[in-house]
Design a protein around this ligand. Structure first.
Ligand code: FES
Ligand code: FES
Length: 165
């Protein structure tokens, strides 16, 4: 039997009738076509599916969509400051060459966003700890860590604003 839920995703409100066994990842990707959120391991180990829910970083593969009912969610599609301008974290990832295949990138960037919203001036160790739930098979991590340090500088220079709709 379908269950009705309401989600606020990147500032937009959705009402959906879903199978209560569906994960938030399935609903984002398959029902809302928000495919920036990746599905890697499906078991909470890789961080590719990371989204921000009510200010917390969560694995959307382990979160049932019904658990997200009434909650505010941010996906990588909501990270950019406007439809055209990239978020400083995204700019820094490009500038530092922190993207190769890109599969881990949305989860990495949202973990970075979560970290920097709690710690605007993180040390290198704090950055590495903040990324500890995100795996990357390509970059060796150093460029990602550098990119997050640059992101912090950029975000401390200019106020970070979420897109208002
Ligand atoms: S797909 Fe969710 S943690 Fe890997
Ligand atoms: S860039 Fe390929 S997995 Fe990270």
């Amino acid at each position: 039997m379908k269950h009705e839920i309401q989600l606020t995703i990147n500032g937009d409100n959705y009402t959906l009738a879903i199978d209560p066994r569906r994960t938030l990842n399935q609903v984002l990707r398959e029902e809302l076509n928000l495919t920036g959120t990746k599905l890697g391991c499906g078991s909470g180990d890789c961080g590719a599916c990371t989204v921000i829910m009510e200010g917390r970083s969560v694995s959307s593969c382990l979160t049932l969509a019904v658990e997200a009912d009434g909650k505010e969610i941010m996906t990588v599609e909501g990270l950019a400051l406007s439809g055209e301008k990239l978020h400083p974290i995204q700019e820094a990832f490009i500038e530092k060459g922190a993207i190769q295949c890109g599969f881990c990138t949305p989860g990495m960037e949202l973990s970075a966003y979560h970290l920097l919203s709690k710690k605007p001036h993180p040390s290198e160790n704090e950055i590495r700890e903040g990324l500890s739930g995100n795996l990357c098979r390509c970059t060796g991590y150093n460029k990602i860590v550098e990119a997050i340090a640059v992101s912090a500088e950029k975000m401390n220079r200019k106020p970070s604003k979420r897109k208002k709709r």
